[in-house]
Write a protein of this length. Structure first.
Lengths: 404, 404
């Protein structure tokens, strides 16, 4: 398939682009490198030494013999160029990773809140309008988030895939209706994904766009089969308090001798997926799109759920790392249960990569290899959900065993 | 109360500002005059000769002895100035009319779709962030639309005020939950109001903002007690296919000898409110705000529902005007029933101004007085919901009894 990957230089986008290219798809990456620019703003860098996009693409050609194209384009502002790209490329599938994706960053400041909404909403809406304008019937697969559902809203009921059947009292008796699961976002970032859902519903209904919304869990891991062969293909690894994802942070903290940073009691239960499954899910999604005229297809892109304190305990037992219970910078329930349906991906052939010591070791080894690159002052999460909320001091000021 | 009226130069904003000022509130209007600029773009003007905002304010001072301030500011782009305005003014209430408000315009072109989303979403989000940043606890009243609910979704059940109680099956038995009524917008414009709702829910929950969302029906009428005393205070009257509202269009068409333009069978039932009630509802809303920490309060700002063909028939019988059934440029159900709850406004003291021959005559007389200003080529609605949909030719090329 001809596939256009929006945000193809990012943490999920890059390994997905490589995977799709490796599987024989004709991949064009579109990205404005905003994630690298935010690293500059936050004065932090990927734990792994990611290479410029040009070097990444040249290396991939050397290693695989396959060509990927790259377009540097800002989706939120460069609408006319976007239409031309779609018209010229005539993609059969578009994968949309091109949104600011960190909840803490989205709550960090006035500017980051505004940037998250302005960028994400306009990027998604411009894309939808451009798809209508360019014609054709490409399948769109968008990265949503489990966070659109909120946590524990339906009591003991498992979280369904996007749609929920409810009963409503009417003067003519009770009627059943299928509704989009009520939105209960926990941050400005998550909120933008709930806005995306409503835009998808409208453009599917009005214009017949074929859209799949992938409500992904928290991604962990860093390497895939395609990023391993050459260090210049290495994937991004975020360890900082804004962009680092929780399990990767625990594993990296264990590797460098930092206590594991649990916020509050650690009673929060979250859904997870390994990056190797993310890339597989994307291919499954774009090869099984909804029919034209259907409502958006929603798939929960998760493989397992864990309580955060259980994950911390597991990593601690594996590595001997201490656990630190820190003030929670987020406004969220301290404890929740979580059961998530993921039947559709299982039915479409996903063979889940679940938590295993081997895969956790792999992450720890990556962290060990690059620990000289860690800035210990970036580890504590300090973006608070409301002004004045308490945060922790730095727990260490230098990395044991490095010379900085 | 110190009240900041965003969009206070528009069709609802101007008479609301006058009414609030007349009632003794201290009113500041904030507007970027975008509605006047869109008139320039569409090459049409208000049927009534509205005056520049400066002249409007000077006249109001002469007529009433009351002072209103004006700030020319683009909410979507001038965030820092917005924060300063709120900090300096310390409003007790903010009324938010400042969104692109025409469904047909929002579907007219690639640019108007993008403008509607970019402007409305950013305006609302900037406002919410600015309110958090500026501190204080002003009550925010926002103009939503009945169109967020869609039409006929709950079968015979009346449309509730914002929230709906539903029952959900869980492994532990059926549970009842109150949810935001599922969104089913019929245009990009209506879609933006469904996005607003989710932003309001988040900022009420996370930051304790006090928000009332007013789901207004279709406004008709043009004059209020405050716009009548001096022609220089006259309110806007839109008759064109994009901005004109249906009943005002029928009345104006009757006045100038144009057939009444019914789209499709006219079986669509819609909710209505007279402009005199709009202005009263706003004062009721800002003087009865929700508590801090509450979810947004939602009020249906409507007084009655009518099927469009019944309205056309009523106007035809009153005036002798012909009825023309034209192709519908919208994608919408050709027939729907509609019952809307508006208990909250009634309980808070609203005494509804319903359809009456006297009030319809008033509109017709306004239209008669200014019929020389009508461009007959602007009457037919031609903004189609999808490319290629059929629209009508002009039904008349000159206005009987005028010399143009």
């Amino acid at each position: 398939m001809r596939v256009l990957v929006l945000g193809g230089d990012g943490f999920c986008g890059w390994p997905t682009s490589l995977y799709l290219s490796d599987r024989g798809h004709d991949v064009t990456i579109l990205d404005n490198l905003s994630r690298r620019n935010i690293d500059n703003e936050l004065e932090v860098q990927s734990l792994t030494p990611i290479r410029p996009i040009g070097e990444r693409l040249r290396t991939w050609r050397e290693v695989s013999g396959r060509e990927m194209r790259f377009v540097n384009l800002n989706l939120a502002t460069e609408f006319d160029r976007l239409v031309r790209v779609i018209e010229e490329l005539q993609p059969e599938a578009i994968v949309h990773f091109a949104e600011q994706r960190a909840a803490p960053y989205s709550m960090r400041s006035v500017n980051s809140k505004r940037y998250t909404v302005d960028n994400n909403v306009r990027a998604t809406h411009n894309l939808l309008v451009a798809m209508v304008e360019a014609g054709g019937t490409p399948a769109l697969a968008h990265l949503g988030t489990m966070g659109v559902y909120g946590y524990g809203w339906t009591g003991s009921a498992p979280i369904p895939e996007g749609y929920l059947t409810v009963k409503i009292e009417t003067p003519d008796g009770e009627v059943a209706r299928e509704i989009l699961h009520p939105a209960n976002p926990g941050s400005v970032y998550h909120m933008t994904k709930t806005l995306d859902q409503l835009m998808f519903a409208f453009y599917a209904k009005n214009d017949g766009l074929r859209i799949t919304d992938l409500h992904q869990g928290i991604v962990w891991g860093t390497q895939t089969d395609q990023t391993v062969p050459d260090e210049r293909l290495i994937n991004r690894f975020d360890y900082d308090g804004d962009y680092g994802t929780v399990l990767n942070r625990f594993l990296m903290q264990a590797a460098i001798g930092h206590p594991l940073t649990v916020h509050g009691s650690g009673g929060q239960t979250r859904a997870f997926i390994h990056i190797r499954d993310t890339v597989r899910c994307i291919e499954i999604a774009i090869t099984n799109p909804p029919q034209m005229g259907s409502q958006p297809m929603v798939l929960n892109q998760v493989t397992e759920s864990h309580r955060l304190r259980d994950l911390a305990k597991m990593v601690s037992e594996m590595t001997g790392a201490e656990i630190a219970n820190l003030p929670n910078p987020r406004r969220e329930a301290d404890e929740n249960d979580l059961v998530v349906r993921n039947d559709q991906f299982l039915a479409l052939g996903l063979n889940p990569t679940t938590l295993s010591q081997g895969l956790m070791d792999e992450v720890t080894q990556v962290a060990m290899r690059y620990k000289d690159r860690v800035d210990p002052s970036k580890i504590i999460a300090r973006s608070v959900w409301r002004k004045g909320m308490e945060t922790s001091e730095d727990l260490i000021t230098e990395i044991p065993g490095t010379q900085k």
